[in-house]
Design a protein around this ligand. Sequence first.
Ligand code: ARG
Ligand code: ZN
Length: 874
Amino acid sequence: HVISRKDYKEPDFFVEKVELVFDLEREVTNVKSRLFIHANPARGTGVDDEVFLYGEDMKLVSVSINERRLASGDFTVDQEGLRFTAPREAFIAEIETQISPANNTRLEGLYVSQSAFCTQCEAEGFRRITYFPDRPDVMATFKVTINADKSSCPVLLSNGNLIDSGDLDGGRHFAVWEDPFPKPSYLFALVAGDLACVEDSFKTVSGRDVALRIFVEHGNEDRCDFAMDSLKRSMKWDEEVYGLEYDLDLFNIVAVSDFNMGAMENKSLNVFNAKYILAKPDTATDMDFELIESIVAHEYFHNWSGNRVTCRDWFQLSLKEGLTVFRDQEFSADQRSRPVQRIKDVAQLRARQFPEDGGPLAHPVRPDSYMEINNFYTATVYEKGAELIRMMHTLLGSDGYRKGIDLYFDRHDGQAVTCDDFAKAMEDANDIDFTQLKLWYSQAGTPKLWWEGDYDADAKQYRITLTQKTDPTPGQGDKKPLHMPVSIGLLGADGNDLAAKTVELTQATQEFVFDGVTEKPVVSFNRGFSAPVNVMTDQPDAELAFLMGNDSDAFNRWEAGQKYATRLMLSAISNFEENDGNADAALNDVAVAVDAFIGAMQATLLNDGLDKAFRADALVLPGEEFISEQRKPANPDAIHQVRNALRKRIGVALMDDFENTYHQNASNAAFTPDALSAGQRALRATALGYLVASGETRFADLASDQYKASDNMTDQMAALSVLNHLDHPGRADALADFETRFAKDGVVLDKWFALQAMSSRDDTLARVKDLMGHPAFTMRNPNKVRSLIGAFAMGNPRHFHAKDGSGYEFYTDRLIELDDINPQVAARLCAPLGKWAKYDDDRAEMMKAALQRILAKEDISRDLYEIASKSAAA
Ligand code: ARG
Ligand code: ZN
């Protein structure tokens, strides 16, 4: 059953007000709802007066219209919802349902996490709580009464303001919450439980005092400081950069252990996966701190880009997600290092979105159809969507962009709108035409971009010709040329820019001229990754080395290193395949290039003028997944061995430098999660990684010592993740120590599961199977599933793609098992099997057979069916 964007119709009925009463019990919760409904005035007269309310997996107790209870013949209920005939005038519907939070393993709607009740309603979870027009263009004010046992649920939360509370008979109590802002049902939230609270406050620019509260399980109160600080910085940043202020007196965050995604922006009651809130130096790594900062910001920013202005329908998801990701990326860039942030975002885009756009699940930023909307919370909608907004920002400049944003919020505050409405505000505010740019919303696939330059010494002109092409994707054969900004710098021999500008490519092929270029330049192309495309043109090694050392655009310095390394590895991998699998010999065949590359790496390592975080990133070779995207068939063994052999060479060649770097960057200061000290730790960890890669045992000893001696999780994980692939006794010791220390600490123990799932050791699959029996492991907790099962498929290409098919078999069994528990997570984890076209015939056959086995499952969910069937078909 496929839903199409072109079939959108306005709702026949609106709900202006909802009153909900919850009687919370784990096994059976009673929900009473009063809906104030009126017909859509825009709808034609004489049309169907049937009211349809979505509802799934509930027991319907009763329905009344204007206080008259409907007899069973007056309404119909099926798998999808409830239907009855509307009275002539506006009316009140009262509906009573029963649901079972304790048995809700899908974690959509109302469910139980540890001892607390919580909800997840985006996208379509509200219909698992009560019958409702559960679509985002129906916006209502909510008044919510929660009744619950006082001792097990002292905390009762919902959206908006607390307007009443008190005790009830039988050890129960109640709270009443009212949210003055009309909102779609997907933004509804309820939390009840015995939770600890950490409190702070923020004064908005206009002087409103906002109470900020973070609710966590007892014992975790000391892990909220960083999230709280991130929240306050986000609030300030949104005022300063976007002129957007918070609009209520209370902002709550709740951290829960069981959560399908990262976090959720429910109005004034954000619910988070605990992993993106809880952090202190000895439990969280620098990367965790960074993620917490950006996700707290992301959810906060949704208060405007998502809640105040929301989506008309789910095809418009990128309206809020692309924009909000762009906003959180820019926030992080301002809080930390802008170039390092851009490098991370692009690396992520290339690792996750490009493969999606080039595979069987490719879809436009604004999809045209779906079976299950939860399958469209994708890297394309989020990250490519953010690139689209970034291009608008580049084309309009900061001021023009801000004018467009101001008009957008002005015009559409309180409305449910479309991506076209957003683009229109940008166009109108700037008197500009984005017709062609908007193709980025509708056209799937990563464009390819070629360039060719020509220097005319007499005219002092540099001419550059750009050519673009986007390959067909499933369901989209013909692609049009896109509008994109391409930033280009021309470097002179001294390393300075002779010229630089951002050109606007709109044609399939187009020439641009730079004047006043006094010598033949080296081209720095697509600076800052201004166009989110695959640049196909190769530059000679020497030019890449020159750019690595000289480009004024830090992003392109990194990019040049990545290109250089990729090219080197790709030729070594071909050699490896020809010489029967000798990685050393394969590298010897390109020895000159390897030496030159190592020289360029050394220059980066030793360049104290560069940020340490940047140097750490620049020294990391492109990952195995990235390399496998660059060749067909991908050969996971060859890629793994060649990459490791190259790492070893670098480790041996630069051993002294890495040793110095390692020791010089030791720190005795107390841990702080700021970008500068994180950069120092990252550089030191990179050095340790290469030292261990050199193969000398003393460095494995050093890693083992580092694990024992350090007092923070960042340094401990750095040590453990290099020991993780070795036979060194330090590995077992460290893993045992880790397990003991964090036995009761779900979020931290997940790292331990993931490490073992990602080990390249031969016994990994056996170990993963064992770990499924670990007392802390359960298929019902998405974080556990992702850490052990997901990490095996996505973080261990060598074992997942084992030649004998053992990885696929194990994984397929798990997906089938998981589909009965949590279809949304099962569907998400299915994507790796869909990459069969990238692999050799044997592997491709096994992967396709795995997909067929999934499709043959009885009662397969709509979620998993959509992913598996599309993956098998393409
Ligand atoms: N809107 C949330 C965010 O990006 C994501 C929620 C997605 N949940 C889901 N079940 N599809 O911040
Ligand atoms: Zn979001």
